[in-house]
Design a protein around this ligand. Structure first.
Ligand code: GLU
Length: 375
């Protein structure tokens, strides 16, 4: 499957039942083989982020909670006790390959509230630039039932969206999607590739394949995750995780299901900025800045004439020219007070005036043009 080899950023989701052995301890041999597989991608220059479950399962053993159903506070206690065991297992596995892990614990708000989303994205990107493997899990200890993702398939898809990943790999206990449950139906056909996630596919995942999932998420949550990724411009690969090197196996052509992205990650991000966010304020820019934006440049404070409305750093703002025409929408790097103080100034004076600098008013990557630039 060429998509995996070609991807720049890859999110790999690992479920509890792969990582935790029947004795309740981490499966070190399997983890080590996966770490080697991840190291191979890193050596090729690809960035890899891991979303790992297993905290509750490992915490169960640490706290001697047995196999019974846990109450929410018990689950949260197990997550707290197990998360450090989980990180230790990842560190032990990654270290021999010269890789280090960094723990990131997220709640749903971190990927849904824009400012927190931007912060989480910046930290994650810094870690990946520094060559570290971020290991993400839900912050189960602090979330309540109503505000949790609940399953790491969905968390992984949101993280893939957040960092603009090209490929999301969901390691499962089955090698992809089938037209029916292959364990009970000998006529079940493996589906190697999907362009659209139709209602029929979703019904199939909810019915025949439902029992095929591991941990909290069954095949239905995998399809849900694939849908989020698809709209974010990210391909999803569902494959068998229990193989010693599941990523190498996919590349070598072992069965997997690939769900194609609906559009490119960059286009999806820009569409999100242009379409789904309501602007909290506005910036009026001069003709020179308007021209610069159409050639893909960032919006610098020097080109901003006026700041309107109240907004926080990271909010979406509407960018208009002096005639009131809508030029772009973008995520602004300063709040309205700071933006007003630096508007019209050269970038070199930002730090002098504010005592800090976040760079341009709106970075080109966070800017969506609202019209086709004239050619
Ligand atoms: N966050 C949970 C854990 O670490 C797992 C949730 C899931 O597997 O989907 O145990």
């Amino acid at each position: 499957m060429s998509e995996l080899a070609a991807a720049k950023r890859i999110v790999v989701k690992v479920g509890s039942s792969l990582l935790v052995g029947p004795d309740g301890a981490p499966d070190g041999a399997w983890l080590s083989a996966l770490a080697a597989d991840i190291g191979r991608l890193r050596d090729r220059g690809q960035q890899v982020l891991v979303v790992s479950s297993g905290a509750v399962a490992l915490g169960r053993k640490r706290l001697s909670l047995g196999k019974r159903t846990l109450t929410l506070p018990e689950k949260q206690a197990a997550a707290a006790a197990g998360q450090s065991a989980l990180m230790r297992a990842w560190e032990l596995a990654l270290e021999p390959f010269g890789l280090s892990a960094a723990q990131i614990l997220l709640t749903r708000d971190d990927t849904e509230v824009r400012r927190r989303w931007l912060n989480a994205r910046a930290t994650t990107e810094t870690l990946m630039t520094l060559g570290v493997i971020p290991v993400v899990n839900e912050n189960d200890t602090v979330v309540t039932e109503e505000i949790r993702y609940g399953d790491n398939d969905r968390l992984a898809a949101r993280v893939a969206q957040m960092i603009g990943a090209d490929v999301l790999v969901l390691l499962s206990d089955i090698d992809g999607l089938y037209s029916a449950d292959p364990r009970s139906n000998p006529d079940a056909v493996h589906i190697p590739r999907l362009t659209h996630l139709t209602a029929e596919i979703e019904a199939m995942a909810g019915g025949a394949n439902q029992g095929a999932g591991v941990g909290t998420g069954g095949m239905a949550t995998k399809i849900l995750a694939a849908r989020i990724a698809q709209q974010a411009g990210c391909a999803t690969i569902i494959t068998l995780g229990s193989r010693p090197a599941p990523l190498a196996a996919v590349e070598a052509g072992e069965p997997a299901t690939l769900i194609e992205p609906a559009l490119s990650a960059k286009a999806a991000y820009k569409a999100w900025i242009a379409g789904s966010l309501s602007p909290a304020g506005g910036l009026t820019i001069d003709a020179g800045a308007a021209r610069a934006l159409t050639t893909g440049k960032s919006l610098l404070p020097a080109g901003v004439r006026r700041v309107t409305g109240r907004f926080e750093k990271g909010d979406a703002v509407l960018v208009q020219d002096e005639a009131g025409r809508d030029i772009a929408r973008g995520l602004v790097r300063y709040d309205d007070t700071d933006a007003a103080r630096i508007c019209g100034l050269k970038s070199a004076s930002i730090e002098q005036v504010l005592g800090f600098s976040e760079g341009p008013m709106i970075h080109a990557d966070d800017l969506a043009l609202l019209f086709e630039p004239p050619v």
